[in-house]
Design a protein around this ligand. Structure first.
Ligand SMILES: Nc1ncnc2c1ncn2[C@@H]1O[C@H](COP(=O)(O)OP(=O)(O)OP(=O)(O)O)[C@@H](O)[C@H]1O
Length: 586
C-alpha cells in the first residue's frame, strides 16, 4: 500500500476549499456558543464603528454649519460612549477567538498524533520523521495562527465591509456604485490568483518538511557522520535543502505579497472617484458637504478592511495549504484493521503461514508462497543469509505487516481477526534494535503491559524473581530505578536487549520471537538468557532468529530462509551446510 505523503499529494486531486474548510470546522463543532458570542461581539463592534461616520456627517450638516455647539457636545459624547463600547466588544472578540484557536490546535494535534499511532509500519517506512514532525508542529501552528489571530479580523473586516457597502449604496446609489467598482476588479483578481498562491505556499511547506527531515536524519546519525568524516557531505545536503527552502519561501512570499499593493492602488482609486464625483454632485446641488465627509469615511471603512483582507487572505491560503498536508495524514486508511477472518481457513497449529506472499512495495516481492507451522511449546529457529527474509517473516508473525497474498493463522484463526491487544498479549517480539523510552528500567519493562501496570516496586521485584529475571536486573546499577534516556547511549546495546528481553518475558506470551536478540550479549549472559527461556512455560513457543548457530542448538525445528523462500533444514549440521553453500538444498 502506498503511504508516501509527498507522492500521494502529487497524485491526488486537490479538495475544494469549501470541502476542506467544512472538514476543518468540524474540529470546533463544540465551540458553537463561543462562536456565536464572538460573532455578536463582532457585529456590535462593526455596527458601532459604522454608525460613527453617519453621526459625524449629521453633526456637521445639522450643528456645525448652524453653529449650535450644544448639539456638537451631545453628539461628541454619544460618539465617545459608542467607541468605548466598541473597544470592549473588540477585546471580547479577540479573547474568544484566541481561545477557540488554541483549543482547535490542541484537538487537531491530538487527532494527528492518534492517527499516527494507528498507522501501519509501512507508513513510517515510506515517510521521513522530520517531515511528519513538521506537519504535527508547524503546519498545525499555521492553522492556529489563522484561527486565533486572523479569523476574527477576517470576519470583522467582512462585516465592516458589507455594512460600509450598504451605507455607500443607500446614501447615494450612483456614487455608491462608482465607489464600489474597483472592488469588483479586486474580487476578480483575487479569485484568479488564489490557486497559484496556494500552490506556492504548498511548495514552501513541503520544502520546510524536507528541511526538517534533513536535520532529523543528520542528528540521528551524527556518530556515523563523525566516524566517517562525512560532515561536508551532510553540510552540502543541508545546504541544498536550505537553498531549496529559501527559494520556495521567497516564491511563496512574493505570491503572498502580491495582493497588498494591488488592493492599495484600487482603494486609492476608489477614494479619488468618490472625491471627484462627490464634488461634482455638490456643485450641481445634489449632495451636501457633511454627506461627502461621511461618504469618504465609509469608503475608507470599506477599503481599509479590504486591504487588511489582502494580508488575511494570504494567511488563510497558508492555513489551507497546511490543512491539506495534515488532511493527507488524517484521511489515510489504517490498513491493519481488524477484519472478519475467512472461517473456511483454519489450523490446529499455534501459528501457521498458508501460501503467504509479501512485498514491502510494488517493486519487489520479498516472500514467495511461504508455508510454515509453529506448534505450541516448541522452539523454532530461522536461519539464513543476510537479507534472506527472516526479519520480514517475523514481522508478519507479529502482524507488523499484512501478507499481500495468503493467510497467517493464529490459534487457528486469521491473525487479522484479533484485536491489537489480544494479539500483542499472545505474541512477544524482541526486535533486532530494541527501542527504549525515556524513563526508568521499570517503565520500560512494563511498557504496554496492562497486567502489571499498577504493581508496587516490591511486588514487581517478586514477579521478576518468579520469572527468573532477577539476575538480569542485577546488571543495572540502580535496578528498576536505573534511568534511561531515549535514543541516547546511556546504556549499552546489550543492556537494551536485556530490557527488551525482560519486557517480552514478563508478558508471558504464547509465542515469543527473538530476532538476533542476543547478538550483543556476552556468552555468560547469553547462557543466562537461554536458561530463562528454558524455564518459560512449557506452553510457550519460541521463534529464534540467529546468525550464531550455537544459540539454536536446542531448537526442535530449523528453517532455512533464503531469497524469500523458507525450507526445513533438518539437523543443525544440514543448516550449517545450507548456510555455507548460501543457497537452498533440495
Ligand atoms: N522496510 C523495508 N522496505 C523495503 N524492503 C525491505 C524493508 N525491510 C527489508 N527489506 C528487504 O527485504 C529483504 C529481506 O530483508 P530481511 O530484513 O527480512 O532479511 P533478514 O534475513 O532478516 O536479514 P538480516 O539477517 O540481515 O537481518 C531484503 O532484500 C531487504 O532489502
Amino acid at each position: 500500500m502506498k503511504y508516501n505523503l509527498n507522492q500521494l499529494s502529487e497524485g491526488t486531486e486537490k479538495q475544494s476549499t469549501y470541502n476542506a474548510l467544512k472538514r476543518l470546522l468540524k474540529f470546533i463543532s463544540d465551540e458553537q456558543r463561543n462562536l456565536w458570542l464572538a460573532l455578536i461581539a463582532i457585529l456590535v463592534n462593526s455596527g458601532l464603528l459604522l454608525l460613527g461616520p453617519l453621526l459625524v456627517g449629521h453633526t456637521i450638516d445639522t450643528y456645525i454649519r448652524t453653529k449650535q455647539f450644544h448639539g456638537v457636545l451631545v453628539f461628541g459624547g454619544i460618539l465617545l460612549v459608542m467607541y468605548m463600547i466598541a473597544m470592549v466588544t473588540g477585546y471580547t472578540q479577540t479573547k474568544l477567538m484566541g481561545g477557540i484557536g488554541q483549543r482547535m490546535l490542541f484537538t487537531l494535534r491530538n487527532a494527528i498524533f492518534n492517527k499516527l499511532q494507528e498507522l501501519p509500519v509501512s507508513f513510517f517506512n515510506q515517510n521521513k520523521a522530520g517531515d511528519l514532525i513538521s506537519r504535527v508542529n508547524s503546519d498545525t501552528d499555521k492553522i492556529n495562527q489563522f484561527f486565533s489571530q486572523s479569523l476574527m479580523q477576517f470576519v470583522s473586516s467582512i462585516v465592516t465591509m458589507i455594512g460600509a457597502g450598504i451605507f455607500l449604496l443607500s446614501i447615494n446609489l450612483e456614487l455608491g456604485a462608482a465607489a464600489l467598482s474597483p472592488a469588483v476588479i479586486i474580487v476578480l483578481f483575487t479569485v484568479a490568483l488564489t490557486p497559484w498562491v496556494k500552490a506556492k505556499n504548498a511548495k514552501s511547506l513541503k520544502s520546510t518538511g524536507g528541511l526538517s527531515a534533513e536535520i532529523q536524519e543528520s542528528l540521528n546519525n551524527f556518530k556515523v557522520i563523525i566516524a566517517f568524516n562525512r560532515r561536508d557531505y551532510f553540510r552540502k545536503r543541508f545546504d541544498e535543502a536550505n537553498k531549496e527552502n529559501y527559494k520556495m519561501a521567497i516564491g511563496a512570499g512574493l505570491a503572498n505579497n502580491i495582493f497588498v499593493p494591488v488592493y492599495g492602488l484600487l482603494s486609492s482609486a476608489a477614494q479619488l472617484i468618490v472625491l471627484l464625483f462627490g464634488i461634482y454632485l455638490i456643485s450641481i446641488g445634489q449632495f451636501s458637504l457633511g454627506l461627502l465627509v461621511s461618504y469618504i469615511s465609509y469608503c475608507t471603512n470599506f477599503y481599509n478592511p479590504l486591504r487588511q483582507l489582502a494580508a488575511l487572505w494570504t494567511s488563510f491560503q497558508v492555513a489551507m495549504a497546511s490543512w491539506d498536508r495534515i488532511s493527507q495524514i488524517l484521511l489515510l486508511d489504517t490498513n491493519l484493521q481488524q477484519v472478519e477472518g475467512d472461517k473456511a481457513i483454519t489450523s490446529d497449529a499455534l501459528l501457521e503461514f498458508k501460501n503467504v506472499h509479501f512485498a514491502y512495495d510494488d517493486s519487489k516481492e520479498i516472500l514467495h508462497n511461504i508455508n510454515l507451522r509453529f506448534e505450541k511449546g516448541k522452539t523454532y529457529a530461522l536461519i539464513g543469509p543476510t537479507g534472506g527474509g527472516k526479519t520480514t517473516t517475523a514481522s508478519l508473525i507479529s502482524r507488523l505487516y499484512d501478507a499481500t497474498k495468503g493467510t497467517v493463522l493464529l490459534n487457528g484463526k486469521d491473525i487479522r481477526s484479533f484485536s491489537a491487544e489480544e494479539r500483542t498479549q499472545k505474541i512477544g517480539f524482541i526486535l533486532q534494535e530494541p527501542f527504549l523510552f525515556t524513563g526508568t528500567v521499570k517503565d520500560n519493562i512494563l511498557y504496554g503491559n496492562s497486567q502489571y501496570k499498577d504493581v508496587s516496586d516490591d511486588e514487581l521485584k517478586k514477579i521478576i524473581q518468579d520469572a527468573n529475571l532477577d539476575a538480569l536486573l542485577a546488571i543495572f546499577d540502580e535496578g528498576l530505578n536505573t534511568q534511561i534516556t531515549s535514543g541516547s547511549d546511556s546504556i549499552s546495546l546489550g543492556q537494551k536487549q536485556l530490557i527488551a528481553f525482560m519486557r517480552a518475558v514478563l508478558r508471558n506470551p504464547e509465542l515469543l520471537i527473538l530476532d538476533e536478540a542476543t547478538a550483543n550479549i556476552d556468552t555468560i549472559t547469553e547462557q543466562l538468557l537461554s536458561s530463562i527461556l528454558n524455564k518459560l512455560s512449557k506452553e510457550t513457543t519460541l521463534v529464534i532468529i540467529a546468525h550464531r548457530l550455537n544459540t539454536i542448538e536446542n531448537a526442535d525445528e530449523i528453517y532455512f530462509v533464503n531469497e524469500g523462500e523458507v525450507q526445513k533444514a533438518g539437523t543443525l549440521n544440514d543448516a550449517l551446510n545450507m548456510l555455507l553453500k548460501g543457497k537452498r538444498v533440495s
